[in-house]
Design a protein around this ligand. Sequence first.
Ligand SMILES: Cc1ncc(COP(=O)(O)O)c(C=O)c1O
Length: 432
Amino acid sequence: MAGSGFHDPRFARIFPPNAAVRDNGVLEVGGCSVPALAEEYGTPLYVIDEQGLRERMRAYREGLAARWPNSQVAFASKSFPVLAAYAIAAAEGLAIDVAGAGELLLALESGAPAELIHLHGNAKSHEELVLAVEAGIGAIVLDGEADVERLDDLLTRPQDVLIRIIPGVDPNVPKAISTGGSASKFGLPISQAKELIAKLEAHPFINVVGLHLHIGSQVLEVEPFERAVEAVRELGEFPVYNIGGGLGVNYNVTHDAPSLDAYLDAITAAAARVLPAGSRLIIEPGRSLVARTGMTAYRVNNVKRTGATFVAVDGGLADQMNVALMNMEFTPIVADRANAAPDTTAQLVGRQCESGDLLVDRAELAAPAPGDTIVLAATGAYGYTLSNNYNGALKPAVVFCRDGESRLAVRRQTYAEFLGHHVGPSEEAWAS
Ligand SMILES: Cc1ncc(COP(=O)(O)O)c(C=O)c1O
């Protein structure tokens, strides 16, 4: 039944696997009506197909294990740092990748086992490393000498680490999400990594178990991943290789991202060519785990025909930064009439005070009107992550849907919380 009833049947591969259109045209996900969710929880609202998310996590884990038994899939939690997602990832047998103290705290709070958590980052603070070491996390990914110096001061027992290397592979993706080229701020060039590894050989507590790399995000071909795996050849043999995440996803019907099978085939074939037999292969996908299973629901506040037709919703840059950062071309639909052929070409805009707050250029919509619920598909990755308070917008709620039940995973921020960050006039006489 996946995707049945959409006005464009190709939408079935963009929307969540458990999305469908009811006979009356209403879009549902996980058996829940999206307009009804918008009414109950308010908008903007991130809506997650929980079963779809679990199945995707399982497909990743089982697919990699079938090809490379000594393997691990880690959820790159930066893509969707929601406590419920950490808990679900751990329950589905995934490890957790964190890139900062806040994400580490979420992972620990979710109940994920500490030994399955790894921390990376190019500018880790002393406090973050203290937290990581005290929690007993599985591995810390070292970015260079600064991490070593901080750990020198801290460690009183052995700690497994990976060395982040720059593989010199620059995939064809927007600059903001390319991380593997020689100019990357992350990790060390191969020659410097070699030196650091040699230096750490005799370290009493820092135990180098392997290498880590990540070439970028929204990568729409498998060949750069193969080249990245091959780049580790020069560094000798290790028990563990973490080759990062990065697989791209389809945001609209013109995209054709590699399938999970094609990606796993390619990386394990490359691993078989260059990695020691029996070594542990770790991948840490984010976007391709969570993007498709998430949608964002908005309420239409204004429809206006001036120089163009503008359909303005109650969200925008504050909850969907990716459109401005990476020119993401998301797929919109009117959730109240998801079976109706579009009759309007509109600029789907947000409410933030920027002309760049354009959610979809030339959106094809079916009779959009104020009060409608409009959904952007495949917005499960990095949307919630990048949400912010631009123009005083409140950070949206997140709801998980499964078998006709909805569960609130993140409460909408309140104005009291929003104002509470500020030192107010009752505490400080700003006006005088
Ligand atoms: C080190 C590292 N691992 C994994 C990821 C996840 O990448 P993606 O969401 O593209 O799978 C990122 C994101 O950029 C990253 O920086």
